[in-house]
Design a protein around this ligand. Sequence first.
Ligand SMILES: *Cc1c(COP(=O)(O)O)cnc(C)c1O
Length: 480
Amino acid sequence: MGTTPMAEHDKGRAGAVDLPSLDRLLGTPGFQAALADFGHTQVVAALRSDLDARRAQARAGTLTHDALTPAAFGARVVATLTERNRATLRPVFNLTGTVLHTNLGRALLPEAAIESVMQALTSPANLEFDLATGGRGDRDDLIAPLLCELTGGEAATVVNNNAAAVLLMLATLARRREVVVSRGELVEIGGAFRIPDIMTHAGAKLVEIGTTNRTHAADYRNAIGEKTALLMKVHCSNYEVTGFTKSVDVAEVVEIAKPHGVPVAVDLGSGTLTPMERWGLPHETTVQETIAAGADLVTFSGDKLLGGPQAGMIVGRKDLIAKIKKHPLKRALRVGKLTLAALEPVLRLYRDPDHLPERLTTLRLLTRTRDEMAAQAGRLAPVLAKSLGEDYTVTAAPMVSQIGSGALPVEQLPSYGLAIAPAGGKRGSGRALARLEAALRGLPYPVIGRIADQTLWLDLRCLEAGDEARLSLQLAELRA
Ligand SMILES: *Cc1c(COP(=O)(O)O)cnc(C)c1O
């Protein structure tokens, strides 16, 4: 009979089709593995809906006999349940060229964090327990001394992310009062973090000063009044104002604020704990420099250039940090033990900057040499070219990557990778590229590239040596 539809006289009469009973199918050998893997409840539910689908096919006259063997039912149920039970958060290859890609999870954590997180996952820990006294401890104390040592701050606290850090700081220190910010620094960070909105939600009144391109010391001076709670500077993370510009640096803002007893807060965004130019990367303001310039509070992210887990740090004056820690929102925004377990070993790496490029994954990716990436591209290009056949041309090509997540937005890093263009000119090339991009995304280990200038770019900066074989195997099996 093969795959021929069932005879005409069966059509529209489901009863006439002898569908095997659910109980009988469950007893067949093909179902035993499924029952062991997925359990009775899931298998029965999947089988019921499969039987319903066959009944509908029978009515439509499209049911084939070989769809009715117990083995066929078993295979369909296993396929359905395998797909349904696949993890939704899955690892992917980040070949976008953006090292700290917010949508792909930002910083990858170093080896040092793995064991620490595994331990925290499976054993009780002194999260809020003072081992010296046996009394209650404070989870911030696990990490604050290290943060102070590395930044020069007097005190520190950690919350869920930098947006939370800014919100908590403003809610504590500026509720019903005024915060002075330059118009050139009223940033929007991807994912709906806007300084003016955060101000509103924190109950603070934003006092905008200067213009988009120019803000002067006098603007700060004139804005200070009775209701001023803070002077705040925000790092222009994801853009740069160039041309006829003027801004006032932290040290100068601190001088202006001091006689009035008004604290100065700096939202550094990414920030970093060590000078990046040492490794040939562009300078990004360090937290230490900002504290040294006199800032009373500095906020920054854990998973940007710092290279750790998602977290938001607030570092600075002891009295202000103490107030912040007492605010009820602090409890709502606090970090979990897994974050602290990951953060501590990452911070500790900064005590030995000489070894940082090998040990801190983010820095290792940012400092990879072009020769290394070019060699990878040279090996992978023929593999992909063979898979794609004559429809596409694949070239190992130089390209530029970015740090991402707002760090050093206009700086680009020379990189290398694969450039893929549809063969045969521009006609229909957009659709051919979109199809290929989707096929790469649909791989068991999804490959994420970037389309620009009628080319699909696979930047190899984030492909570490250990991952190349896996990518190569997948590319070899790709059928676009
Ligand atoms: C990234 C960034 C934020 C938000 O930090 P998250 O850790 O993503 O919450 C806030 N301010 C600035 C200036 C940033 O660059």
